[in-house]
Design a protein around this ligand. Structure first.
Ligand SMILES: Nc1ncnc2c1ncn2[C@@H]1O[C@H](COP(=O)(O)OP(=O)(O)OP(=O)(O)O)[C@@H](O)[C@H]1O
Ligand SMILES: [Mg+2]
Length: 485
């Protein structure tokens, strides 16, 4: 039985928010909202969206799995097993309307945070989720649900009693962030970093910076704009934020920037939140920033920088840092974004750093740079397994070969590579560092597994489409077989 407290929408409120007509006899309300029958939970409202596939083909499956209602187009023909139908002209527009109603009903004390950037959105969002959960009821985007349906879905699922809400907002084209940030109406908007991702659709990095800066357009009056002081586009981003009435600019920096910079309010707005010190111990970071010392359960300068952005956000919402920041000790890198595991392989144990979820030039450099902190005594060899960085357009070849210096600086001993642009990089390496190249990720499995030795630290990274995650899965499978054999 559903308790009233679990309801996120009564049927009356839902139908009114959605501007939908109700077909059927509704119960009390819904306990969730879903657009995907594979993850739908009993009690959910199922929203039939037209995306890669037409959600209307899945209404029956939704009711089978326990949906209490489905939001469908007006012309949808009821089927025998269907329950309550909410009918609207355009289900996506109706979902957006539900999202706006969810935002509007939050208490004025609630604090809403929006996060965008070329890399680090999910990581920063998850750090904020962990910290805010120490302070009060917290709601945040699932996974990387950051697009034209992900943002309204996250809003629609937000319980009325939420005190802290954190939204990931992404984009592939100019103009996409504007309607999403206006829906979210954040008190704090963060741009984690701006780099050459999606250059294909933009041409220049400046155009990418402008598209990210759209996030400030949704800020509530008096809200805070947070961005990386060390980014090439800092001046551009902070000017865009200042153009918004009453917006407070609060930069963060993942390095100690020095007091003369801090004393320059024209550049640092409402005071910079900067790193004082960071020290890596066994995959964790001991960090001091903005007068606070905390443990971060993840390693790498980019992870530390994300955590400093989190400090800046928490400061902007007036949070008790001493209560919130200890949550970061338990923060491990999300799966595929720097998560670490030890695998029984190569006649001993290796350290696997799984970065296979995605890659662009900045995140690739960050992941290589993070290898520098790995202890040489425990892990004598540093191995990088690199897949293609996709969607880089005309700059692709240069951005791949350009990683050579990062490989050098990180002290990488051996490189395995897959894909045509990575071949160009691979060919530049000294012979002793060439572990192996293959057209496909799967083609690397044998040579990689054969090369591994006790103690190796292995970092695997590529754009999702380069399928380096297949290698992660293959190594884990081999390790599991080795331990059960
Ligand atoms: N501040 C940062 N600067 C550069 N690289 C970063 C930063 N934070 C995380 N990364 C790298 O980017 C990768 C992706 O991180 P994350 O999933 O947090 O990004 P995202 O912006 O949510 O990506 P997506 O656009 O795919 O949703 C991580 O594996 C990590 O290597
Ligand atoms: Mg993400």
């Amino acid at each position: 039985m559903t308790r009233m407290a679990d309801l996120i929408w009564t049927f009356d409120a839902l139908a009114e928010a959605a501007g939908a007509t109700v077909d059927g006899t509704p119960g009390a309300g819904v306990t969730g909202v879903s657009i995907d029958t594979r993850t739908l939970a009993p009690g959910d409202l199922f929203v039939a969206l037209q995306d890669v596939r037409d959600g209307h083909d899945f209404v029956e499956a939704a009711f089978d799995k326990g949906a209490v209602a489905a939001l469908v187009r007006t012309d949808y023909a009821r089927k025998p097993g269907d329950g309550v139908l909410l009918r609207a002209g355009d289900p996506l527009a109706a979902l957006e309307a539900i999202g706006r109603a969810a935002r509007a009903r939050l208490s004025p004390d609630a604090r809403v945070i929006a996060v965008t950037g070329s890399a680090g959105k999910t990581t920063t969002k998850e750090m904020l989720r962990a910290c805010c959960a120490r302070l009060g009821p917290t709601h945040a985007s699932e996974k990387s649900y950051n697009n034209h349906w992900g943002v309204p879905l996250t809003l629609a699922k937000m319980p009325a009693g939420t005190r802290f809400a954190i939204f990931e907002i992404g984009m592939n084209h100019a103009g996409e962030i504007t309607p999403l940030t206006k829906m979210v109406a954040p008190h704090v908007a963060v741009v984690t970093t701006v780099v050459s991702a999606h250059l294909e659709h933009f041409g220049t990095e400046e155009a990418i910076a402008d598209a990210k800066a759209e996030i400030f357009l949704g800020l509530k009056p008096g809200g805070a704009a947070i961005m990386d002081f060390d980014n090439r586009h800092y001046a551009r981003l902070s000017a865009a934020a200042r153009a918004q009435d009453g917006v407070k600019v609060t930069p963060f920096s993942g390095r100690p920037v020095g007091d003369d910079q801090v004393m320059n309010p024209a550049r640092t707005g409402h005071g910079i939140v900067q790193l004082r010190h960071a020290h890596e111990v066994d995959g964790q970071s001991l960090v001091t920033a903005h007068g606070q010392s905390y443990v971060l359960g993840a390693a790498g300068a980019h992870m530390v920088a994300n955590s400093v952005a989190v400090v800046a956000v928490l400061k902007a919402i007036g949070a008790d840092l001493g209560r919130a920041l200890p949550a970061l000790a338990e923060f491990g890198a999300p799966e595929g974004r720097g998560s670490r595991s030890r695998l029984a392989i190569g006649g001993g144990e290796i350290l696997l750093i799984n970065e296979s979820y995605n890659a662009n030039p900045a995140s690739m450099r960050a992941a290589l740079d993070a290898m520098r902190g790995i202890d040489r005594t425990a892990h004598p060899r540093r191995i990088a397994v690199l897949g293609e960085m996709l969607e880089l357009g005309a700059e692709a070849a240069r951005l791949h070969t350009g990683l050579n210096d990062a490989i050098d600086a990180a002290g990488i001993d051996l490189v395995f590579a897959t894909g045509p642009n990575m071949k160009r990089l691979f060919d530049l390496l000294p012979e002793g560092k060439q572990g192996g190249w293959s057209e496909t990720a799967a083609g690397l499995e044998e040579v990689l597994a054969g090369a591994l030795r006790q103690g190796d630290a292995v970092m695997i990274k590529g754009s999702n489409g380069s399928r380096t995650w297949q290698l992660v899965a293959a190594l884990k499978k081999r390790a599991a077989e080795a331990t059960t054999a």
